[in-house]
Write a new protein. Structure first.
Length: 359
């Protein structure tokens, strides 16, 4: 019954003046003809002259046409005003009093476009503000160190130079992450997925990340490991093979482990666990720490750009690492989420493996 009613509702649209401009114009013509005919009949049965009747019929037709035209074009005039406001940078305006006809559908689409542009503009302003803040902090710290050295307040000893190097590394890491996000937005990154052995790959990623062994971070900056946080790699079976883009997966693992180490207490262990997924080449990956965990209210937002959440830790970071990890996982068509854990934080990553039809 409901389907029949829906079909009848759509079938009657072409003849419904409230939902079709064509039907409204047809109704206008019919109304004008009927009024003219009625006035002519009145003229035949009365002493009123045909000229007077003609003038009255023209006036009536013009009035009806004016009313209908004003009603039909009101949303178009409002859209013009809103578009001019948007050209001046005001994206908060919307088209009100939306009709049910084709012009109303255009107005609804226009409102959705305005809402999208407002969201993009808000995101752009937020991004500029966050990037400015993130760049200002290490630059101010580096400037203070160098000014102290130039003014003779501090000696250019190894400890002072290490402090300056640390701020330079922070700047390099932020710039590298912003470049990754720029490639994300432009859609310029393509996957180069291949089969690989999981154990040696993850072992090499941890070594390259410098965790407990020194080395280079995935962003290209030097990483200072925490010797008080032991690492554990758990891969089963040991000969496990998966299918993914090695460089993009490197970003995922390095950023997740980096985040886990930052929030681990002294002596807290970080575990990277890998298992086979349900389909050939798929991979279930987990990174666990023994830190304070992520509050439930923040679990849906930790993968947003510049979102640091309320989890206490040693370093707030830039709020970009988890956003980049989600981007890399999304490129694979996989899933990343904060999983339930009795202790600490557990990030669960699922990669689908080789698409069907590929060799």
């Amino acid at each position: 019954m409901g389907r029949l009613r829906h079909w009848a509702w759509n079938a009657l649209r072409p003849v419904d003046p409230a939902r079709s401009i064509k039907a409204a114009l047809q109704a206008l013509v019919i109304a004008s003809v009927m009024i003219t005919t009625l006035l002519v009949l009145i003229a035949f049965h009365s002493k009123t002259g045909i000229r007077v009747i003609t003038i009255f019929s023209i006036i009536a037709s013009l009035l009806i046409t004016q009313i209908v035209a004003t009603n039909l074009t009101a949303p178009l005039r409002e859209m013009t005003a809103v578009a001019r406001a948007m050209a001046r940078g005001d994206y908060s305006r919307r088209v009100a009093g939306v009709r049910r006809d084709e012009v109303g559908e255009l107005a609804e689409t226009f409102n959705r476009m305005a809402a999208d542009l407002e969201a993009v503009d808000h995101h752009r302003k937020e991004l500029v503000a966050n990037v400015s803040h993130e760049l200002r902090t290490p630059i101010a710290a580096l400037r203070a160190v160098l000014e102290n050295v130039v003014d003779g307040v501090s000696e250019p000893d190894p400890e002072t130079m290490r402090l300056a190097l640390r701020q330079t590394e922070r700047l390099g890491k932020l710039v590298s992450q912003l470049l990754d996000l720029s490639r994300l937005d432009s859609g310029a990154v393509l996957l180069d997925a291949k089969r690989f052995e999981v154990w040696p790959y993850l072992s090499a990623v941890l070594k390259t990340a410098g965790l407990g062994m020194g080395g280079t971070h995935a962003s290209g900056t030097r990483f200072r490991p925490r010797a008080d946080v032991p690492m554990h790699l758990d891969v089963f079976p040991p000969e496990l093979v998966a299918y993914a883009d090695g460089e993009r997966l490197h970003q995922v693992v390095a950023n997740l482990v980096d985040n886990a180490v930052k929030h681990s207490p002294p002596g807290g262990r970080v575990t990277v666990r890998a298992r086979s997924g349900p389909t050939p080449g798929s991979l279930d990956l987990e990174v666990r720490d023994e830190g304070p965990g992520i509050p439930e209210a923040d679990r849906d937002r930790v993968f947003e750009r510049f979102h640091r959440g309320s989890r206490p830790g040693r370093d707030g970071g830039t709020g970009l690492g988890l956003a980049i990890a989600r981007w890399a996982v999304d490129l694979h068509g996989g899933r990343i989420e904060v999983a339930e854990s009795p202790r600490g934080c557990r990030i669960h990553v699922t990669l689908p493996g080789k698409p069907s039809g590929q060799r």
